[in-house]
Design a protein around this ligand. Sequence first.
Ligand code: ZN
Length: 411
Amino acid sequence: MNSCPLCLADQGQELLTRLTEAGHSITSDSKFCDSLTGNCYSCSHCGHIYNHIRGSLEKFYVDQYSLLTNDILQDQLIFIGPEKTMARSLFQSNLLHKMVKLLPASEPLSILEVGAGKGLTAKSFLDIAIQEPRQDIEYSLHEVSISKYKNFWEKINSHYSIVNRKKKYDFVASFFTLEHCEIKNIKTSYLDYVTDGGIIMLTVPNLLSNAGDLLVIDHTSHFTPDNLSSLFDNLCGNQFSYSISDSVFPRSLVILLSKSIGEEKLSYMLQSLDQHQSMTNQDLKLEKLLNDLSQSQYFISHVNANNSLEPFVFWGAGFYAKYFSLHMKNSDPLALFDSNPDNTNQKFDFTNGSHSQVFHYSKLFEYCSKNSIRNVILTLSPTDAALLYQQHSSDFANVNLTLINPWRCPS
Ligand SMILES: [Zn+2]
């Protein structure tokens, strides 16, 4: 039974099937994985969007999750503006520094980071914090698999302690962990750790500005501002006040919760953290997003039935390239082109095990001409793909190339 993990209502509406013939899925570290698969549902009773997964998530994180098993200092990049990236741990530690200045005075100030991963955010935060004698800070880390990550933590910083499960903390922070967890464990994973006067800060991907989140197999829940509100209303509405912002963290939602600080004050705190204009595309409702995803299925079946596109290349983001590569059976692009110079020269894997280098966009026309390629498929979010198609399709036609937006049904 695929009942809703939150309200236990019977099987929800199926949004997306991730079962592919090859048995591969895309994971949150942007890799292919053949040990996890499953479908995505929306609960018609409570609005929760969840994955029903076949395979062991725990085993995946211990054995295969490249972000946590690769080079200790390897970090993800986040887009903080057009073509502008920043190391994720640095962005997160900046946010912690800003929050610490807003928190009620407490000496020492105790911070707990839940889902601390390799401890990169803690390192980045503590490197600066220990030089600021103003604040006496106790920083503790918590990870489900503490025994594994303790080795990482010891290597990169000694100014931390491991979670004390009996202690309450002034500030509980957790970056991009909730979407990996069993939703019913929110209370014991986060809420039980905070003092009565303290604050919890959680970040999760925002489905409305990051449509690709729905494709990620190991994100067991997917959040919009609406369903995140109703989640916390249902789980702790009479115990905690909360406020949510979509403009603090790019393509993500930040939620602050507290037992004693009211919603208005929490909302004021979030506004002072604001770094961006609202990232949520107001026109993009969930229905529109799902419609776009279903359009891509038409494109994929059309290509699979006709086998008419070869040879072709992808232009856009690696994540969406993986999505289309995964579903376009018997068709593999010759290369991936990316406009972001940070991504060029990296290795791009295809589902069949082969790989290509990621080329910079400036080489696209030359490459296509040299290799007699006629078709270029845009691998971007539906919104970005529509924009780029509009801007560039005639330039491409002028050099005998067809630019294809795979979120639109082929005519
Ligand atoms: Zn439900």
